[in-house]
Design a binder for this molecule. Sequence first.
Ligand code: CAA
Length: 258
Amino acid sequence: MNNLLMEVENEIAVVTINRPKSLNALNSETLTELEQCLGEIEKRKDVKVVILTGAGEKAFVAGADISEMKDATAAQGRDMAFLACRTFGKLENMPQVTIAAVNGFALGGGCEISMACDIRIASENAKFGQPEVNLGILPGFGGTQRLPRLVGKGRAKELIFTADMIDAQEAYRIGLANKVVPLADLLKFCKEMAAKIISKGSYAVSLAKMAINTGLDIDLASGLKLEADLFGLSFATADKKEGMSAFLEKRPANLTDF
Ligand code: CAA
């Protein structure tokens, strides 16, 4: 992989987008590598949480690569958006929990890839924004769809129409960032959160992720039916037996399913 770093430790995969000279801008090669990398991770039983971050201390991801897009045709622009859509869809729907460790600029495609993650933890120097209209284009990696789902239609329209950049505290205030921590503590904080999630019933967490993601795209009655089905499915697991027995026997549970 030319543009990604990946390390796995304690059931956590840290995937780093590694193009610091371009502020980790997403070109097609990087997106293709990320699609392959996530495709491999989603099959692994020894990885339960994925932390996605950017190389260096300045940027998470400063957007899609403008130098690649400059001379791209309409068809190429659409292909790039479909590639990002497939790649970000993996982050959103893989059985593992995905955490974006937003360590600086998260602009355009950078904000969009963070929104495809389950949870966003921002460093104090992080900046979020959808500046595409400055370039005569609109968000194309999910911004018009995921931003309003996260922060509401009015705020999403304001951010996209004005191209304003917001700081980490404002992102936290509007619900775009889950937490804000000092840059020096960012990865440690994300790994601690990952360890806490891993200590729970991982199969149950993965079913909850499926219920939330699918439920938000369907009507409430169908979502509640889906939840009931997945709730029932969780009763078939060893973790359910162990978790409930441990509670009643007043001992710590040893949850191992995934
Ligand atoms: N694509 C390609 N290269 C980029 C880039 C991007 N999105 N963002 C930054 N770079 C490059 C710069 O061209 C520069 O390269 P050189 O050193 O070779 O000149 C290098 O990264 C450092 O950037 P700056 O010198 O501009 O750094 P700065 O500190 O002055 O500014 C910044 C930082 C505010 C993030 C500024 O770089 C910037 O505005 N970047 C573009 C942000 C943007 O418009 N993103 C949206 C892209 S479109 C998109 O993402 C569409 C979509 O929905 C998918």
